[in-house]
Design a protein around this ligand. Structure first.
Ligand SMILES: Cc1cc2nc3c(=O)[nH]c(=O)nc-3n(C[C@H](O)[C@H](O)[C@H](O)COP(=O)(O)O)c2cc1C
Length: 245
């Protein structure tokens, strides 16, 4: 039998206990500080180039909750949640965030700069704009495609050229934060349900988000109601999905 250390045992319990819960006890108490603590943990998630292109909108008031639930197609999880958290991708903030990371580096690096420090600064000054900059005519996509093509003849190259790549990156980072949030809420004794079934256009309008912001998911949370899990957990056999090469 596998002997796990204590932290792994606790983590295992949290991971296995988490289910997508679609019904919450409406009359049970809910510690909304658990959401604050879990969001503080969520932002510790790994994220691409540490650009932190995410935002988390806490939907707490009854009226806004009802409106967001309507925009989540009136799903049971959204209707009965004690709180809803909208996870938002702010890829449009890449320039501003990159500048903040650069400023932080300049403050935290000590003189004289090491080779690694200079490389990191170069990365944010040169590579990030090259990777994230996009224009309506697709000129930057063309530039990147040519660079990628040329460099790939010389050896391995990150094949990142179109604007879809930078959008995907922001969603990856946001989803990692979302999962950290959900596991943390589970550890706090509450259930969650991630939802992608929502009207993004209307929800963005409600949250007054700019056109380029994208919603990663909406997470319902609260004390689980009996019968809130709709089916037994089903996963494909592990040998089918884990490949050893
Ligand atoms: C990106 C994403 C979107 C999801 N959207 C919804 C949704 O809109 N409504 C819902 O009831 N469940 C939603 N789920 C929950 C999944 O259906 C659920 O995680 C899956 O069936 C596995 O069940 P489990 O999480 O209980 O193990 C979503 C999950 C993810 C990761």
């Amino acid at each position: 039998m596998l002997i796990m250390n204590q932290a792994a045992e606790v983590f295992d319990k949290i991971v296995t206990a988490r289910r997508a819960v679609r019904k919450y006890k409406e009359d049970a108490s809910f510690d909304s500080d658990a959401v604050a603590r879990s969001l503080a943990r969520a932002v510790l998630a790994p994220n691409s180039s540490n650009l932190q292109t995410w935002e988390f909108y806490r939907i707490k008031t009854a009226a806004t909750k009802a409106e967001v639930a309507r925009l989540c197609m009136n799903q049971g999880a959204a209707r009965t949640a004690h709180e809803l958290v909208v996870v938002v991708c702010r890829g449009d903030k890449w320039r501003e965030n990159s500048q903040r990371v650069l400023e932080h580096m300049h403050k935290s690096f000590s003189d004289p700069l090491t080779k690694r420090d200079r490389r990191a600064i170069e990365y944010y000054k040169r590579n990030i704009p090259l990777l994230y900059m996009n224009d309506p005519f697709g000129f930057m996509t063309l530039v990147r495609t040519l660079i990628v093509q040329f460099k790939s003849w010389q050896g391995p190259m990150v094949r990142w050229s179109g604007s879809a790549n930078s959008r995907i990156i922001t969603h990856k980072s946001a989803a990692l934060a979302a999962q950290t949030f959900m596991l943390s809420m589970q550890a706090e004794g509450y259930a969650t349900c991630p939802m992608e079934g929502f009207d993004e256009k209307r929800l963005k309008r409600l949250l007054k988000l700019p056109r380029k912001a994208e919603i990663n998911m909406v997470i319902a949370t609260g004390p689980a109601e009996e019968g809130g899990v709709y089916s037994d957990r089903y996963r494909f056999p592990i040998e089918e999905v884990v490949k050893e090469v």
